[in-house]
Design a protein around this ligand. Structure first.
Ligand code: AMP
Length: 444
């Protein structure tokens, strides 16, 4: 199958040739004809599957082939993304695909001045990429009208809900024209996403290019159990041992990012960090330098790293496990993209056992554990498996009490009797661990 057989027009084919895309990925093969035919779409696609081109190419074609010119302060298509970085990245891809088309594209997001965005919108843009909060601001200030909108794309919809954007999405929903095409993309499909899809989509075609909630199978994943306080030391040890060249590292909190970056920089390691407290320009600069291999280790929180597309990223390290199990899939999706293989290593301490269990349950796999010599944890990480059960260390059978005072003196008698030893299962499930994603979270 080629992009030409999917019915794409020549200017798009030319752009794809320049980009070196030869064959459509599975999500593209399914999404492109459906979007061209005007269908709504509900697509479960992992990160790195080529989903951006899956919606952007047919969207660009429809806008080129039909519809009136864009009016002032209007947009003909809107792509909603959860974070600024993703909005920038999606916009960059859309602009590349549109390079030979007479269409305008633009991205708006918070954290930067709104005035230049308002100016830019005056003439109208064909495709607007936006984060939900800034879109609403622009709409409320009359800088943007949505009555000409013909297509809405919800990209990484699960993440938008995780970031607490459900209210914003409900507001945007009220701003939209009733007659429109809606495409919803999500790496994972929770009940909340299905509810959102039920409201926003009209008789959608469901596309599922990979098994539900299964992590990218091009990524080799394993876990190194370690005590919490020794994680930085273990990280440096593994880095040196494995001669890591370019690593994206995920830490749970902003403080965690800063502390690890300080530690690494203190050792003369070329590291930088991105998180929500840093200004957008600083985040973008760190990312650009990492992409250009000028920074070796980029430490990030989930929010800041969302949707990053870094070519051939060989390794992702979870310095901390994510609180939301689905984030694990997003994180490791930063490597093993577009058919390349990658590695994802998680440093896991005893405190994180429930998170590990939730990840294993979600991804339906038991992650291999590799103990690192000299870093064996004092606080053992209990066994886990894909059933979602945390397994406690087998208990030693209790010594039976004897009327004669017990102790070693009588042990032989009980053990030798063969049938009288207390029966205790060697492995005992203690409780079911829920997947952590129980509802919208606060914005980080
Ligand atoms: P996405 O899942 O949209 O973030 O895309 C992941 C990466 O795959 C990006 O770097 C795209 O440029 C690349 N890509 C998307 N589609 C194709 C294709 N058909 N052939 C080669 N690379 C592609």
């Amino acid at each position: 199958m080629t992009f030409a057989t999917l019915g794409l027009i020549e200017p798009l084919l030319r752009a794809l040739e320049t980009l070196g895309y030869q064959t459509p990925t599975p999500v593209q093969a399914q999404a492109i004809p459906a979007v061209l035919a005007g269908r709504d779409l509900m697509a479960a696609a992992q990160t790195g599957t080529g989903k951006t081109a899956g919606f952007a190419l047919p969207l660009l074609q429809l806008l080129t082939m039909e519809g009136p010119k864009v009016a002032a302060n209007s947009a003909r298509a809107l792509i909603l993304c959860p974070t600024r970085e993703l909005a920038e990245q999606v916009h960059a891809s859309v602009a590349e695909y549109a390079q030979h088309l007479p269409l305008t594209t633009y991205a708006v997001y918070g954290g930067v001045s709104i005035n230049p965005q308002m100016m830019k919108l005056r003439k109208g843009v064909d495709i607007l990429v936006a984060t939900p909060g800034r879109l609403i601001d622009l709409f409320r200030q009359n800088a943007l009208k949505l009555n000409q909108l013909q297509t809405l794309v919800l990209d990484e919809a699960d993440r938008m809900l995780d970031l607490g954007f459900s209210e914003e999405l409900a507001n945007i929903y009220r701003m939209l024209p009733k007659k429109r095409q809606t495409l919803l993309f999500s790496a994972t499909f929770s009940d909340d996403i299905r509810l959102l899809a039920g409201q926003m989509l009209n008789d959608p075609l469901s596309i599922e290019v990979s098994p539900r909630n299964v992590a990218a199978n091009t990524v080799k994943q394993w876990v190194v159990p370690v005590d919490k306080k020794r994680k930085p030391e273990l990280f440096v040890h593994l880095m040196r041992k494995g001669r890591w060249k370019q690593v994206l590292v995920f830490a749970k909190t902003r403080n965690g990012v800063d502390a690890l970056v300080d530690k690494l920089q203190g050792l003369g390691i070329n590291a930088d960090g991105i998180h929500g407290d840093k200004p957008q320009a600083t985040r973008q600069r760190a990312l650009d330098r990492f992409k250009a291999s000028e920074v070796q280790i980029l430490v990030a929180t989930d929010v800041a790293a969302r949707g990053l597309d870094i070519e051939d990223l060989p390794l992702v390290v979870n310095f901390d496990l994510p609180i939301v199990a689905e984030d694990y899939i997003h994180r490791i999706g930063r490597t093993g993209r577009a058919g390349n293989t990658g590695e994802a290593i998680s440093l896991v301490c005893a405190d994180e056992v429930n998170m590990l269990s939730a990840i294993e349950m979600l991804t339906r796999q038991t992650l291999t554990r590799k103990m690192e010599a000299d870093f064996e944890p004092e606080h053992r990480v209990p066994d886990t498996d894909a059933s979602g059960q945390v397994v406690k260390k087998p208990k030693k059978p209790k010594k039976p009490k004897t009327s004669g005072g017990g102790g070693k003196r009588n042990l032989g008698k009980w053990v030798d009797s063969g049938d009288a030893a207390p029966v205790e299962p060697s492995i005992k499930p203690v409780r079911k661990v829920p997947v952590f994603n129980t509802g919208p979270r606060k914005k980080k």
